[in-house]
Design a binder for this molecule. Sequence first.
Ligand SMILES: NC(=O)c1ccc[n+]([C@@H]2O[C@H](COP(=O)([O-])OP(=O)(O)OC[C@H]3O[C@@H](n4cnc5c(N)ncnc54)[C@H](O)[C@@H]3O)[C@@H](O)[C@H]2O)c1
Length: 278
Amino acid sequence: MKNASARMLSKVAVVTGAGSSGPGVGTGKAISILLAREGAKVLLVDRSESAADETLQIIRSEGGDASVFIGDVSSGEQCLAAVKTAETLYGRLDTLVNNVAVTSSAEVVDVEESDLDRLIDVNLKSVVLMTKHAAPRIAAAGGGSITNIGSISALRATGRQTAYTASKGGVVALTSLWAVELGRSRIRVNCICPGTLYTPIAVGLFGMSDQVRWDRANLPPLGTEGTAWDIAWAALFLASEEARWISGVTLPVDGGFIAATPQWGADVERLRDRGPRT
Ligand SMILES: NC(=O)c1ccc[n+]([C@@H]2O[C@H](COP(=O)([O-])OP(=O)(O)OC[C@H]3O[C@@H](n4cnc5c(N)ncnc54)[C@H](O)[C@@H]3O)[C@@H](O)[C@H]2O)c1
């Protein structure tokens, strides 16, 4: 990287879910690109080769340094292999971003056990196992950071998302626990809770008709649509030395959504149909 004042110069980062395809940029992709622009060497972890390769090509075309690890992070073996790959390729590890997640939509009375298992495995178990394997290596490098990507769904009811909320609630709770457990190893642990973004996952989940997109942009007090870049700037800050005294924080990046409760996020359409109780 040419910029000598880059904030992540000579740092090594692992980002899970670093690819993304479809309309809108994914959070993992945006975080990886910003970290690389600031000088980090980034291991892009994704189960989709084509998705990860998209991110890789963007970073390389900008003169950045990144590599791809293809694997499913719901497997502990793959988590360990990803972390070892970063160490083998780059000789150290400074930063982990636990970004990966999948979604489903069901109220508690309709939740499918298989869906619950899948979301807990991908969204929560992966965060635990990536952190388990990464933390000792980050400590060995003299300390660094772990940033978990949670969701406003862990902080407020956002509707029809029992499995997703269960998984993200765990991510938020573990952030505090690990900030305490890993503090003396000089590892800062923080969590970003994104709001109503326009990303490939959101398009897959909500369809994003013009009306839904308008509703989601209209929900937060700022009245604008969030993008993956809004999350990526926060993730870059939390990974950088500028955040050296910040740990155990859960940071909503949501256009003010959490400040304006009660609101039911993605469920506005259903609430509109249902109307007030008489
Ligand atoms: N999009 C939103 O509106 C929104 C809102 C709140 C929170 N979030 C959170 O932000 C994060 C990123 O969301 P995004 O929508 O930007 O998605 P994204 O595009 O960054 O991430 C999805 C990527 O993860 C990969 N992936 C999925 N399962 C995997 C697995 N088992 N192993 C390895 N890779 C896997 C996919 O191939 C895809 O490339 C997630 O944690 C999500 O819960 C998003």
